[in-house]
Design a protein around this ligand. Structure first.
Ligand code: S6P
Ligand code: ZN
Length: 187
């Protein structure tokens, strides 16, 4: 009989947060999101220091290695610029074959998905919602609620992030509050 070692995994994922020295953190403030929102006048009169979202990522493998996975939690704060809700920048993946899972942890929002022909659709996010983001689809999350929206993500280590396409051409629709309701409006 052989006794095998039983190992403690890193306990990074505590209370739906990613915590620990191995976790990479990034913050996006309004000042980092110039040009993202439609209403430039409202953007100009809001503090550039206002925190819009934080990303916590566990990236165990080199970004060039195939078959590996990253894991993350994003915390997107409530707020609006004019009628447009706070949102992530959104991106395509550099590797067009890469897929991704998102899942809702806390709060409510919309996952906006756009294909390469700029066809758009959105899925509601809520605690327990599961979103399979297929290959070649740009993805952006919008906080349509009045509380923190937190969601998890799992994506291939070699996916890469193509922000340039969205920075140049944006998404083909925006989520705006119209008559008190979040609506996905084509431009
Ligand atoms: C990575 C994954 C998330 C986002 C994060 C912020 O593939 O989709 O971790 O990076 O939600 O969004 P963005 O669009 O600013 O990277
Ligand atoms: Zn992604």
């Amino acid at each position: 009989m052989k006794t095998h070692e039983i190992i403690n995994p890193p306990n990074l994922f505590m209370h739906n947060l990613l915590i620990g020295d191995e976790v990479q953190k990034s913050r996006r403030r309004l000042g980092d999101l110039t040009g993202l929102f439609q209403d430039h006048q409202s953007f100009e009169v809001t503090s550039p220091d206002e925190l819009v979202y934080e990303v916590y990522s566990y990236i165990p493998a080199d970004e060039k290695s195939q078959g590996q996975l990253n894991f993350g939690v994003t915390r997107l704060y409530p707020g609006k610029i004019g009628r447009e809700y706070f949102m992530t920048k959104g991106h395509f993946h550099h590797c067009e074959k890469s897929t991704e899972y998102y899942w809702g942890i806390e709060g409510e929002g919309l996952l906006v998905l756009m294909d390469q022909e700029r066809h758009i659709r959105a899925e509601k996010m809520f605690p327990g919602s599961l979103h399979y983001i297929r290959a070649g689809i740009a993805h952006r999350v919008v906080n349509t609620g009045s509380t923190l929206l937190s969601f998890g993500a799992c994506w291939p280590s070699d996916a890469g992030h193509n922000y340039d396409e969205i920075a140049c051409n944006g998404f083909s629709a925006r989520v705006l509050e119209i008559s008190g309701i979040p609506q996905l409006i084509s431009l």
